[in-house]
Design a protein around this ligand. Sequence first.
Ligand code: HEC
Ligand code: HEC
Length: 343
Amino acid sequence: MSKIFLQFTLFFLILVTGFSFIKEEGRIGSYQVSNNVRLPQTVEDALLLSGSEYPNHYIEKLDLDSARMGEEMIRYGALLDGSNTRISKYFVCTDCHNLVMESEDPSDESPDAVLKYGKLHDIPYLPASTFYGMYNKSTWYNDDYLKKYGDLVYPARDSLVNAIQLCATQCSQGRPMESWEIRSVLHYYKSIQLKIEDLNFTAIELKQFLKHLDTDKHKALAQLKGKYNQANRAHFGTNKIPEIPGYTPNYENGRYVYTKGCLHCHDAEKGITNFTLSNSNLSLNYLHRKKDKYNNLAVPHITRYGTYAMSGRKQYMPMYSFEKLSEEQMLDLLYYIKTGIKK
Ligand code: HEC
Ligand code: HEC
């Protein structure tokens, strides 16, 4: 279904892009597009065409070399040629953030949508938001992150540059990044910004959008903004085991959260922590027995609260907000831990 939709959209894009060429041939496609409106490729270009202000992290021209350097720092913590030092001794950004789209439709980044898409594409299920489309958000460290980082979040809320710096020093427990390093990360973010073809525009909506661009920019802007999530919301839970009357936990979903979430950091080989977990009876039984405790070893407690970095012990566990793990998914996870062993 969605594949056909994508093919159709791509076909339509080609049709629009090739418009002038087609016109020369005297064959006008089924969608009449005004001469002065071309369909932009990226969400940023579409925003600017719709009359939106320039974001303060605006980069006029994508520099691929900078983008590559940004990607190296994000994936490996430092440039591969050894010309800078690691941002953090404890983490790399991809321990907590993915670099790919996390849901089928960028306007729906709910835990359900992310889990469904993640299972299908084998994507880690992480407590922080994906960098794909981070460039297109309008505010950062939203809602309850104020509780975790206090006043530090204010300068980061309306500045992507400051958000990166906050995460380098706080979330990653690393050194401050230099401005050329942050710029490289921004170039990389720009390279993985949302493209118009990522948005779930139907052919008719796209036609409407082009018309609005030509005649009513406010409508174009509203339509565009309805097509993707403007901000990563974040609300924190408590260590209580959720009670959801009538809900039947889903074993496969629980297994996915555990394997692609918890084990992303806790796996003995690929993980990053000293506290290792696995799909073995030993691990699952251990977690199951502790589930009702009021301490870090209880799954609902550690998942919702995480831990805090301390001097001398800087590696900490980030918490999963409701927006990253739903209460249903918490029950799925607990169910998998309880029954995984026997299946
Ligand atoms: C230990 C986990 C962890 C690491 C490592 C980490 N982050 Fe984060 N980061 C988070 C969490 C948690 C948030 C809070 C909210 C979110 O992402 O939705 C966050 C937020 C952000 C945000 C703002 C996102 C938003 O929409 O509010 C940016 C930008 C960011 N991080 C960049 C980075 C960069 C760049 C690195 C690597 C230098 C990095 N992070 C490393 C956990 C981490
Ligand atoms: C982004 C990486 C990351 C993810 C994802 C993650 N953890 Fe952790 N976890 C850590 C780190 C780092 C610590 C160690 C914190 C410390 O030493 O204080 C930790 C600590 C723990 C502890 C406590 C160990 C102790 O001795 O106090 C438990 C239990 C735990 N995690 C379970 C989980 C579960 C369950 C999940 C999945 C829902 C999960 N973790 C996901 C990084 C992660």
